[in-house]
Design a protein around this ligand. Structure first.
Ligand SMILES: [Zn+2]
Length: 355
């Protein structure tokens, strides 16, 4: 049986490599025990490609990334809402991370390629190269002018989350909270609505993960593209603010969009607990629910590798075959596994990018 390559909806590998505290000096090109993705482990796990996020974390005044305070209660947790970040800081970091991805492409000796069309992804899969999709997680780096999107598009940007879990000039992200509805605040600003139209014009994917529910419905009303949450799970199975309600899932289905299943244990487990001791069946349960609700053609993966704790049974990117094996065990046939692993992402990206 040939290994099935996986296109993955979300990783934080660029930031993980960038921050010394997280990378601990690892290189993308050498096998490491640190983090989740490097080239040797990606090839072992048959990673066909993925969304490489450029994300600017909140920082302390000394410039170090800030860990937000979490308040635990008997029933769950709440992370103090992250304040907005300065657009020029976000811009500088996004530029740095995007050029890091270009450097990885150059240094990879044709083993990784930044892609801009669905056809290029297919070629990468055929040639065994990793297809890297440039993604901004949060639009604050555009400043207040949606018109700046074009500049980023010309530099290779193909996917944009309007927000991370904090507010900016365009929208409001959900604070991390469990249990909590994703309806945590106001919808898109006028600039946010213009930005969605600009994404449509250029063919940039609008990522709904991290967006609050009112923002989600604003995008649903405005956009001409399929609705996509690159790394979110099922709210009915894990009532975290980051997950999607049944009504949101129905809208994803109606738009022929898709959901990338997030491997972050906090968004998988029904108790919201951040324990890597989480069985693979928990991931399978979310896939099953999504397949039932939105259809086998509208579900994929959005690992959150290098940005979250994932189940031990996956461990890192080299463990992707374990997940496919668990899904096979649960009754998915090879044609269905290919859809989940990469075909659905290629379909949605072709529809969104119009190429
Ligand atoms: Zn994220």
């Amino acid at each position: 049986m040939n290994a099935i390559p996986v296109i993955d909806g979300h990783n934080d590998t660029l930031l993980n490599l960038h921050l010394p505290r997280r990378s601990k000096g690892r290189s993308f090109f050498e096998r490491s025990k640190v983090g989740h993705i490097d080239l040797p482990r990606a090839r072992e796990g048959h990673l066909g490609g993925g969304f490489f996020a450029c994300f600017a974390p909140n920082r302390k005044t000394d410039g170090r990334a800030e860990e937000s305070a979490t308040i635990f209660s008997e029933s769950g947790y709440e992370v103090a809402g992250a304040p907005p970040v300065d657009p020029s800081y976000a811009r500088a970091l996004a530029d740095m991370l995007a050029s890091r991805l270009s450097r990885l492409e150059t240094e990879s000796g044709s083993r990784l390629k930044i892609v801009g069309t669905a056809g290029e992804i297919e070629t990468c899969l055929q040639e065994g190269k990793i297809a890297a999709i440039l993604h901004f997680e949060g639009a604050e780096n555009l400043g207040k002018d949606p018109g700046r999107l074009q500049e980023s598009y010309e530099k290779g940007l193909r996917s944009l989350g309007l927000v991370w879990s904090r507010p900016n000039a365009y929208a409001h992200g959900v604070p991390f909270k469990f249990p909590s509805s994703p309806d945590t605040g106001p919808g898109l600003t006028e600039a946010g609505k213009s930005l969605v139209r600009e994404c449509n014009r250029l063919g940039v994917l609008v990522d709904l993960s991290h967006l609050n529910e009112r923002g989600f419905w604003d995008v649903a009303r405005i956009t001409e593209a399929p609705l996509v949450a690159t790394h979110s799970n099922v709210h009915a199975l894990c009532p975290a603010s980051r997950n999607l309600t049944d009504e949101q899932l129905d809208a994803v289905r109606g738009s022929d969009g898709m959901v990338g299943v997030n491997f972050a244990v906090a968004f998988l487990r029904e108790d919201g607990c951040e324990s890597e001791d989480t069985p693979l069946e928990t991931v399978v349960r979310h896939v099953d629910y999504l397949v039932e609700r939105v259809g086998i053609d509208r579900v994929g993966f959005g690992s959150d590798f290098d940005g979250a704790k994932v189940p031990k049974g996956i461990g890192d990117v080299s463990g992707l075959p374990n997940l496919l094996a668990a899904l096979r065990e649960a009754g998915y046939n090879e044609a269905e596994l290919r859809k989940l692993a990469h075909e659905n992402w290629i379909r949605v990206l072709r529809a969104t990018w119009q190429g």
